[in-house]
Design a protein around this ligand. Sequence first.
Ligand SMILES: [Zn+2]
Ligand SMILES: [Zn+2]
Length: 266
Amino acid sequence: MVEIELQLAPGMIDSHVHLSEIQRKGGDARALITACFEAGLNSALDIGISTADFEHRRERARQLPQVQLATGLHPAVSAQAELDLLLDALKRQLHDPEVVALGETGLDRFRMYAPMERQRYLFDRQLRWAGDHDLPVVIHNRDADADILAALEEASPARSRGIMHCFSSGRRFAEEVLARGFHVSFAGNLTYKKADELRDAARVVPGDRLLVETDAPYLAPQPRRGRTNHPGLIGYTYAALAELRGVPQQYLIEQVQENYRALLRL
Ligand SMILES: [Zn+2]
Ligand SMILES: [Zn+2]
């Protein structure tokens, strides 16, 4: 295997990784995540995009005790013809005891995979089911702050439990989702040069609502931007977040561990 860079300190957690996408890009996901765990990575939440590869993902998660499993329908699948078939499959998967979160789901106006109505059709059902199954929901949001808030308001006007993943909005939206009970997860884009608004938001998130993720194989942090991302690069994002919050990295590592365990009820 090609040597991989491991920017890891013991205890770090990756709250959002797509192991199957790493595999599809030609990596050996199992060997890679195992190397990360050996180098100190504590846990990783393996996120679903579609229901199609669930059995395979579930089997891998069962064999790797430090991998937790989420399943859900990403807005990227909203262009597919048979949304109800996908939803039926998801409904069955949510009963699986291995599943600790519903995700990812959400809305995307940047790629606009399908008209917003279709995206909402998928998203609204998943929001409701996350509530029914008492699972935290992992939300994908690209340029859709207002749509997300409207959907949350309709689905559960009070509080929700979940993660705003790869948070990319500003302080105001952070305050809105925090008030609704969400955790906020920061990814490699926190390290990008133009991300001042995002860094501003990262300063106001309370310590007990913070998470860190790679969203690998996407969004490699600044020094590796443009390359294939993997959980071994998460140290760059931890370092950036600790610095801008003015806390020691070890303190951040412990905060994130506590938050992750509490949210996923591990
Ligand atoms: Zn996403
Ligand atoms: Zn993702």
